[in-house]
Design a binder for this molecule. Sequence first.
Ligand code: NDP
Length: 272
Amino acid sequence: MVSQRIKDQLKEETAKIKAQGIIPGLAVIIVGNNPASRSYVNSKKKACELIGYYSREYALPEETTEEELKALVQELNQDDQIHGILVQLPLPKHINEEMVINTIIPEKDVDAFHPANVGKIMIGNFDFLPCTPAGIMELIKESEIDLEGKHCVIIGRSNIVGKPMSMLLLHKNATVTICHSKTKNLKEVCKEADVLVVAVGRPQMVDASYIKEGAVVIDVGINRLSDGRLVGDVDFDSAEKVAGAITPVPGGVGPMTIATLMKNTLTAALKK
Ligand code: NDP
């Protein structure tokens, strides 16, 4: 598995820099009791342990104020043991996510959500790449898919996935179309795609009828059904019949997101 290989490499590199006295440190802040967020934070913690990073978790109550959260981030900005700060999203409604993200200094913004890092991605001269899009690019590279001149269609325009994904594909000379909830003839647009990235947040919305024969389908979605099953935004059983390649859920993109976060944490520690 690609994600495992990346983590193994990071483990080796970490052992080397530890001998020089550098221990990469990641602080993860979670506010409230969202079960999905809890499970993501646990996976991140486990990855830190596996690779040998120093990690610290702050589990704050739902009623934490924006000021309290910002004060904690400011404290971590100054903390020499911490190289990366991650605030698990979504935050409770009374907290302005943008304000909190903007408080993280760009050098410790391992999610690459700070406007300074977003701007660098746009220009193509970056320190960190956002974890999910970068993980997807790594999967594409591993699968030896040449993006040059390919038509890549993304469903979803979030700041976390859709928009940065479009930039990374563009940097690889793909022709990129971004779709969203107001897109007309969504199915027809998707059927034009050589590479279809689905980040819509709607369980199994995209079936074979959206997919061109032989297209590469990347399913970013993570949705928990009422029967407890975890599914993507793509109807895998239907889609795999026409797709040339397809990522599964679970597996696929999720583990790559965490592997990239770990990579970014090492980068932050080395830069310091
Ligand atoms: P958002 O809810 O922020 O964005 C969803 C996007 O999909 C929006 O741009 C929205 O359009 C668009 N959309 C919604 N409904 C439709 C529709 N019927 N037709 C076309 N477009 C539609 O989600 P995220 O980007 O944060 O996440 C997307 C999915 O990826 C989720 O399932 C999430 O859990 C998962 N995820 C997985 C990660 C991983 O590591 N694998 C990491 C991050 C997210 P509009 O802008 O017009 O509202």
